[in-house]
Design a protein around this ligand. Structure first.
Ligand SMILES: NC(=O)c1ccc[n+]([C@@H]2O[C@H](COP(=O)([O-])OP(=O)(O)OC[C@H]3O[C@@H](n4cnc5c(N)ncnc54)[C@H](OP(=O)(O)O)[C@@H]3O)[C@@H](O)[C@H]2O)c1
Length: 305
């Protein structure tokens, strides 16, 4: 099968497209023919081993010391069930699904295998394969951090999303709105139009205004792009308010329940994943270069089939 291979850590140019053996599903596994994936910040971070300090050592232990132990990158997929293991009960051949493999990766390939009890769910009926692929990366991260802040338990939550135009930020604005929050979004003047469309109540353009001078106080501040800090944001927190950042050792997990929730949000038009660009698998290096730029708006989708 066709797959994108990352034979060593390095710039986008290290990536190659090769033919490798198709995985065979074990007893409880599902084999998915991948239609679409995304190239996300997780992928480029692994490819370039772009982490700082202690995380560099942790990443080498988890991913491989001198090169990725799992050379096929890609953490999200949408596609069609091609084969099921003998004991699989939740999925059947031909079913349209989507999901995420996390650190197991392997989605930038024609087929991916994963256990049926992991993060795989029925694709929302109205979602295209591209839209379904764009749902999980930012979506599950936003759910993880907003729920950690107990957004569901706060009456009329006041939420600030710092870096509202990335994959995580665009999801966080919409999902916080779903929870009834008043959302203040911090983005550049380039991103203002997008963030308005997402439904943010207040917008601060970081290239024109200093968000730390806001008179408001927040229950939750989520740094969705890793460019601010708790120290900077502390004066903006209400007593008992919580600060979270995507940059650090706190990592969102992958859960079937998150996917089912994301499907529900999509079907009810509460969350529409933002798609910035769509690349073919042959444009994988270009896609990585774009994500590396740090200017992506929402998601970069990769068409596999
Ligand atoms: N902890 C976890 O579980 C977890 C999970 C997922 C992702 N992450 C991490 O979260 C970070 C964001 O991921 P992502 O995929 O959402 O990123 P992304 O899509 O690449 O975000 C880029 C966006 O951030 C904006 N931006 C750039 N500099 C900014 C600044 N100084 N202030 C505010 N906005 C800025 C850019 O727009 P402008 O250039 O127009 O401002 C662009 O739209 C990454 O570092 C990723 O590794 C962590």
């Amino acid at each position: 099968m066709k797959a994108v291979i990352c034979p060593k850590y390095g710039p986008p140019e290290v990536l190659e497209i090769k033919d490798i053996p198709r995985p065979v599903p074990k007893k409880y596994e599902v084999l998915v023919k991948v239609i679409a994936s995304t190239v996300n910040t997780g992928d480029v971070r692994i490819r370039g081993l772009r982490v700082k300090g202690i995380m560099k050592i942790i990443m080498r232990v988890v991913l491989g010391f001198s090169k990725p132990r799992k050379p096929v990158l890609g953490t999200v997929f949408s596609g069609i069930v091609e084969e099921v293991g003998a004991s699989v009960t939740q999925f059947k051949i031909g079913q349209e699904v989507y999901g995420t493999t996390g650190f197991q990766q392997g989605c930038h390939a024609a087929y991916v295998c994963l256990p049926e009890n992991k993060a795989i769910a029925t694709k929302p009926e109205k979602a295209s394969f591209e839209e379904a692929a764009a749902l999980p990366f930012g979506g599950q991260t936003a759910i993880y951090f907003l729920r950690k802040g107990r957004i569901d338990a706060i009456n009329n939550p006041e939420v600030l999303i710092y870096g509202a135009t990335g994959s995580v930020g665009t999801a966080a604005v919409q999902i916080a709105k779903y929870y009834g929050a008043t959302v203040t979004a911090v983005c550049s003047s380039r991103g203002k139009g997008l963030v308005e469309q997402l439904g943010a109540d207040h917008i601060v353009q970081y290239d024109q205004e200093d968000f730390t001078k806001l008179p408001d106080k927040f229950d939750i501040i989520l740094d969705a792009v890793g460019k601010t800090s708790k120290k900077i944001c502390k004066p903006l927190l209400k007593p008992g308010g919580k600060f979270f950042t995507v940059e650090g050792t706190d990592v969102a997990d992958e859960r079937k329940a998150y996917l089912e929730f994301l499907s529900q949000l999509f079907d009810n038009e509460n969350y529409d994943p933002v798609i910035d660009k769509v690349y073919s698998i042959g444009q994988i290096q270009e896609a990585h270069r774009y994500v590396d730029s740090g200017r992506k708006k929402g998601n970069a989708v990769l068409q596999i089939a």
